[in-house]
Design a protein around this ligand. Structure first.
Ligand code: ATP
Ligand code: MG
Length: 254
């Protein structure tokens, strides 16, 4: 389709170059360099407070940066206005908290963005929304409001809502960490399928089995820096740095 005929060749879809950010005295992002190719799945792991969420949020400019560059398909992030809104729509984001609109039905939640932002007709938006809800396994919940759904179902609706915007990439910030254990897998399965279908994804998660299964690359962050990066096998079986080794040992005990 016309949308995907970019002339960008081998250019990364998302690129962070020498990104720095401070919160007061805290150097929360310290010379972050990361490039993500089309179709690539990058899993970001690291201790609490290492800057994972902050990094993720800078990519769609929910957070500003002090210096460095963030490029989407080779273009600098728009600063504001319509261009920024359009870019945000192109990068789907799913958080730990589902952030669904409580007063709307599941179907309305998924239709809203396409109708309001993309200008899709209601009929077409409804059809697409039902298709997406089916793909994440919650079509029969379409007319309920979010509070009537389980956490795992709500998170799958949140994923469908992001996908309804036909994003170029999806950013996930610990999408399963607020869920009861029995609901984690149903959400991870949806993400595994998305990855298999070729979606470009950055996923912050502590789900190591998921990381091993779908990550093309694991990025380990500590103290605002990317300390180590490698394939899942390289990283999990042969971590190079003491910090990564300590981190992996600390989560093994759970
Ligand atoms: N708005 C803010 N103002 C000041 N400090 C902040 C702000 N947001 C985050 N921080 C601090 O920045 C650091 C990195 O936070 P961030 O949320 O990016 O970490 P994280 O790696 O996602 O951690 P977690 O695994 O707990 O989610 C933390 O020390 C946090 O307290
Ligand atoms: Mg976080």
């Amino acid at each position: 389709m016309a949308q995907s005929t970019s002339s960008t060749g081998n250019q990364p879809l998302i690129e962070l170059r020498h990104v720095d950010k401070h919160y007061g005295d805290l150097h929360v992002l310290n010379d972050i360099n990361l490039s993500v190719d089309r179709g690539e799945v990058v899993v970001v792991i690291g201790p609490s407070g290492s800057g994972k969420s902050t990094m993720c949020r800078t990519i769609n400019r929910l957070e500003t940066i002090d210096s460095g560059e963030i490029l989407i398909e080779g273009e600098p992030l728009p600063q504001e206005g319509k261009d920024l809104a359009r870019m945000r729509a192109e990068l789907g984001m799913v958080f730990q908290q589902f952030n669904l609109f409580a007063h709307m039905t599941v179907l309305q939640n998924v239709m809203l963005g396409p109708v309001d932002v993309l200008g899709v007709s209601k009929d077409e938006a409804r059809e697409r929304a039902m298709d997406l809800l089916g793909r994440v396994g919650v079509a029969e919940q379409a007319d309920k409001v979010p509070a009537q759904l389980s956490g795992g179902q709500q998170q799958r609706v949140a994923i469908a809502r992001s996908l309804a915007m036909q994003p170029k990439a999806m950013l996930f910030d610990e999408p399963t960490s607020a869920l009861d254990p029995e609901m984690i897998n149903e959400v991870l399965e949806v993400m595994v399928r998305l990855a298999q279908q070729g979606m470009t994804m950055i996923v912050i998660t502590h789900e190591m089995n998921f990381a091993r299964r779908v990550a093309d690359r694991v990025v380990f962050m500590a103290d605002g820096q990317i300390v180590e990066t490698g394939t899942p096998d390289e990283f999990f079986d042969h971590p190079q740095t003491k910090r990564a080794q300590d981190f992996l040992n600390s989560i093994k005990d759970h």
